[in-house]
Design a protein around this ligand. Structure first.
Ligand SMILES: C[S@@+](CC[C@H](N)C(=O)[O-])C[C@H]1O[C@@H](n2cnc3c(N)ncnc32)[C@H](O)[C@@H]1O
Length: 271
């Protein structure tokens, strides 16, 4: 594993216990949109790349039914352990530790490859997408979800962390200002470059509602944003927290907070 990969694996190992489990609907509705777009059928074989806590794996398993098969792979051993336990009663599901960049699976062995909010973590997304395309049968479908336009009202929350972030974390692949993940065309080009046909983009809006500031703060530690907190020295975390609390008060007036996120689904099929 490269040092970048072990950093990502460590981040998600530390997030896994509370990931998608803080009472906020976020990863599941995003993944459900991807599953809807891919429309898996009973009996199909599906690969869920970077399955995390199963936000896509579970609806994929329901769609393919007992005659199908869903393999979820993830780089984080803790994600794999917890998700395998969560989905143990679904015999069509298997969860395995594997690297999305080189999954080492047989060519042409899946009808569908799904990957929700993962591809921007990979050191070379183009190489990974080519590898995933090789895993599809002819006519098989591939879909990835990434973040579209951000909720402008929340930009100042992210900016609180900016002074502490190392340069590579300022790469806006996940949030949209530059790089292939900044536009529909950028992600479509990645899929076309992997040899996929009929590439298209769909968008949906997902809304997270935080009942109060504490729930929002707990949420920020429970997923990839944890990396931003971990970049802040211990002695400065209190001040960062105070700034976030003040911004939340301005935004929500002490009541619930709503974060609206545009989600991009990029889809294609193997010739
Ligand atoms: C934002 S989470 C998304 C998880 C899940 N797909 C969801 O929608 O909730 C990103 C996931 O990708 C995994 N991941 C990151 N890099 C990976 C890699 N190279 N190979 C496999 N999984 C990876 C992380 O461990 C984490 O579980």
């Amino acid at each position: 594993m490269t040092s970048a990969s072990s950093r990502v694996a460590g981040l998600f190992d530390r997030s896994a216990d509370t990931y998608d489990d803080v009472g906020v609907e976020w990863f599941r509705p995003i993944a459900r949109g991807l599953v809807d777009e891919l429309a898996p059928q009973a009996g199909e074989r599906v690969l869920d790349v970077g399955c995390g806590r199963g936000a896509a794996t579970a609806p994929l398993a329901r769609a393919v039914g007992a005659s199908g098969h869903v393999l979820g792979i993830d780089l984080s051993a803790r994600m794999v352990e917890l998700t395998a336990a969560d989905l143990a009663d679904l015999p069509q599901v298997e969860i395995r530790l594997a690297d999305a960049s080189d999954p080492a699976l047989p060519a042409a062995s899946f009808d569908v490859v799904a990957s929700s909010l993962v591809v921007f973590f990979l050191p070379d997304p183009a190489v990974a997408l080519r590898a995933w395309t090789d895993l599809l049968v002819s006519g098989g479908r591939l879909g990835v979800s990434t973040f579209g336009r951000q909720d402008e009202r929340w930009e100042s929350f992210d900016e609180v962390f900016t002074p502490y972030l190392p340069p590579q974390m300022l790469d806006a692949r996940t949030s949209g200002a530059r790089g292939p993940f900044a536009s529909d065309e950028g992600v479509e080009d990645l899929l076309r470059g992997a040899g996929l046909r009929g590439v298209r983009t769909e968008h949906r809006t997902v809304e997270a509602v935080f009942r109060d500031t504490e729930q929002y703060l707990t949420f920020t530690w429970s997923h990839g944003q944890r990396a931003m907190w971990e970049a802040v020295p211990d002695g400065a975390r209190g001040a960062v927290r105070e700034q976030l609390v003040a911004l939340a008060r301005d935004l929500g007036g002490g009541g619930p907070l709503t974060l609206t996120q545009d989600v991009r689904y990029t889809l294609g099929a193997r010739a």
